[in-house]
Every structure is written in C-alpha cells, then in structure tokens.
Design a protein around this ligand. Structure first.
Ligand code: NAD
Ligand code: TYD
Length: 334
C-alpha cells in the first residue's frame, strides 16, 4: 500500500485527482491536507469520504507542525494547495506569497527530512508569461506577469533547487487552464455557465481576444499520474491540449449550448497585466506516453451539463453559505 499526501485536495483539480486515483488503484491510500479556504469544498469529495483508504485533515501547508506530523506517513507528496485566482492576486497578493511560496517551502523541508520518494509540485503554464506566437518549452525562461504567476514561479524554482541542492526527487507538471466539474465559480468557464443559467451578465475583460489552451481536468489527472510515476527527477513537464480559444469563443460556445442570448455578454474593464495568450509545447510529456484523450467540444458539453445538474453545488458557493456549514460539520476531526 502506497500513501499519497495530497495537499489542496478539496479544491478543483485536487478533488478530481483524488477521485481519479482512488477509482483507478486499489493499493493506495490518500491523506488530503487542506486548509478549506473559500476554494476548498468537501462536497467535491462526497464519493470518497467513507472510503477506508481516504482521510481528510483540515490544516494549512504553512503550519510545520501539522505538515511534519503527516509527511512521515506518506511515500509521495502531490502539492495542489495554492491560492489560484489571478484576479484575487491582483487585489490582495498576501496569501499567494504565504501559501504558494512559503507553504511549499514547509512541505519541501518536511519532504527532505523524511526521505520522501516523490515530490510533485503542481505548477502552471502562467509561469512563462504571455506569448503572441509559438509555444513555450520547459527550458524557456519564466516571465510571470501576475502576483499569482510570480508566486507559482517562485515555488516552481524553489522545488527545483531542492533537487539540485539536496537531490530531493521532485517533478513539476506545468499545465494550461483546466476545465471540468467542481471548479469554483469564479473562473471563466464555471462563472460564465452559472451566470448564464441565472440570466446574469457575463463580464468579458477587455476585447475578449485573450487566448487560453483549455485542458479537460481528467486529461490533466492522467498526465499528473504519469509524470509522478515516470517523470525524471528535477524536470518540469508541460501539460496542454492544443485547444486554443479566445474568451469570446468560449463565451459564445456556452451561450449557444445553453440557448441564451448574446445580449448577456458585457465588455468590462480589462484585467491589469492581462496575459494575451498561453501556449505550450507538450512534446516532452507526450514522450512519456500521454496525450489528451478528450475532445474539447465533448468535454465542454459534459462540463456545462454538470453545472446544469449540480445547481445546489454552485448556488451555495455563490451565496457564501457553504464554509460555515462545513466548518461546523468537520470541527471534531481537527
Ligand atoms: P483551487 O483554488 O480550486 O483549490 C486550491 C485548494 O488549495 C483549495 O482546496 C484550498 O482550500 C487549498 N488551500 C489553499 N491554501 C491552502 C493552504 N495554505 N494550506 C492547505 N490548503 C490550502 O485550485 P485549482 O484550480 O484546483 O488548482 C490546483 C493547483 O493547480 C494550484 O496549485 C494551481 O496553481 C494549479 N493550476 C491550476 C490550473 C487551473 O486551471 N485551475 C492550471 C494550472 C495549474
Ligand atoms: P481565469 O479563468 O481567471 O483563468 P486565468 O486567468 O488563470 O487564465 O480567466 C481565463 C480568461 O478569462 C482570462 O483571459 C481572463 C478572462 N476572464 C474574463 O474575461 N472574465 C471573467 O470574469 C473572468 C473570471 C476571466
């Protein structure tokens, strides 16, 4: 039995990853350490909460005491924990610096003193910054534009330094924008789908021509697992799908699918320092034997339908009721 310490597992990608791993393997157990910030949601993990192989611990990755208690139980650490929303990092970067950099330092120190077999740092394509043409490869310089991307870049290179200096066996997946079920309705796709369902305006920043490469979260989970198992120590791996769409194209897809009028689109002031385009060369990850398996159109339709069928999940988040409820329910397990 191998034990994974998954940090930030109550968020969007982490919760998908936990369900994916427990569904696929019998011989693993998972400890999920999550602070339950506004973005952490235990409802994402209802399908596994009674699984004997799964344990939830509420706590902060910046808290060395909790981290040092859990790391000796683990063979592998997969760190998803982060403040993850660019707009929030522009408004108030403080927690991004704390969690995304200092928290990673705390995890690395614990990993080093406990001889962890693998440290997987979930990084992002945003570390490279913006690019009008061509694709970034893993050896390109990091030129982050937002406090979010800069804090993730700091962590990305700090993790690398623990490989160079201490030979800690780290790998660093850098993925493009994910979409799928359980994504907090502040990010483009879930915000626009849920706003459209409520007949609210869809606020498009600037001219709406910024481009992202949209990756279905299940394809990312498969890539993370493969990189965790077969990636080379100290190496970063780009994970993207080649689904380059402008925000306007994404918006029109959502409105068409839901039969909602284009009059819901509203152009608002641009995000400060808004990256124009992200694009990745994924050859290195494909060489490990991975490729994205889901078509963008099909995965988008399934995702939109998921939000249509899980109104109670996102309505609570949009109304802010949720955290209060779960804090009470889980306080005995702290
Ligand atoms: P998310 O915001 O949905 O989830 C983050 C999780 O981390 C939440 O459960 C939150 O409670 C937890 N958390 C925050 N601070 C913590 C702390 N100090 N200690 C413990 N837990 C803490 O984020 P996500 O979209 O699932 O992203 C997960 C990871 O993937 C992040 O590291 C992010 O940078 C990276 N990433 C995300 C995307 C994307 O499109 N969402 C793309 C590339 C990389
Ligand atoms: P987002 O989902 O926040 O991801 P990221 O900034 O990490 O790429 O935003 C995706 C794109 O959508 C980005 O170009 C900003 C844009 N956007 C809007 O136009 N309106 C919105 O309300 C949001 C949240 C994002």
């Amino acid at each position: 039995m191998r034990t994974l310490l998954v940090t930030g597992g109550a968020g969007f990608i982490g919760s998908n990853f936990i369900q994916y791993m427990l569904g696929k393997h019998t011989e693993i157990s998972i400890i999920n350490l999550d602070k339950l910030t506004y973005a952490g949601n235990l409802e994402n993990l209802k399908t596994v909460e009674h699984d004997d192989r799964y344990r939830f611990v509420e706590g902060d990755i910046c808290n060395a005491e909790i981290v040092n208690r859990l790391v000796p139980e683990a063979d592998v650490i997969v760190n998803f924990a982060a403040e993850s929303h660019v707009d929030r990092s522009i408004g108030k970067p403080d927690d991004f610096i704390k969690t995304d950099i200092y928290g990673v330092f705390v995890l690395l120190e614990a990993a080093r003193s406990n001889g962890i077999q693998r440290f997987v740092q979930i990084s992002t394509d945003e570390v490279y910054g913006s690019r009008e043409k061509g694709h970034f490869s893993e050896t390109d310089p990091l030129m982050p534009s937002s406090p979010y991307a800069a804090s993730k870049s700091g962590a990305d290179r700090l993790v690398y330094s623990y490989y160079v200096t201490y030979r800690l066996p780290v790998v660093i997946p850098r993925s493009s924008n994910n979409f799928g079920p359980y994504q907090y309705p502040e990010k483009l796709i879930p915000l626009f789908v849920t706003n459209a369902l409520e007949n609210k305006k869809l606020p498009i920043y600037g001219d709406g021509l910024n481009v992202r490469d949209w990756l279905y979260v299940m394809d990312n989970c498969e890539a993370i697992e493969l990189i965790m198992e077969q990636g080379r120590d100290g190496e970063a791996y780009n994970v993207g799908a080649g689904n380059e769409y402008s925000n306007l194209e994404i918006t029109r897809f959502i409105l068409d699918f839901l039969h909602k009028p284009e009059s819901l689109m509203t152009f608002v002031e641009d995000r400060k320092g808004h990256d124009r385009r992200y694009a990745l060369d994924i050859g290195k990850t494909c060489a490990l034997g991975w490729k994205p398996r889901h078509s963008f159109q099909e995965a988008m339709k399934e995702t939109i339908q998921w939000y249509c069928h899980h109104r109670e999940w996102w309505e609570k988040l949009k109304s802010g009721e949720y955290l209060e409820y779960y804090r009470k329910q889980y306080q005995n397990r702290l």
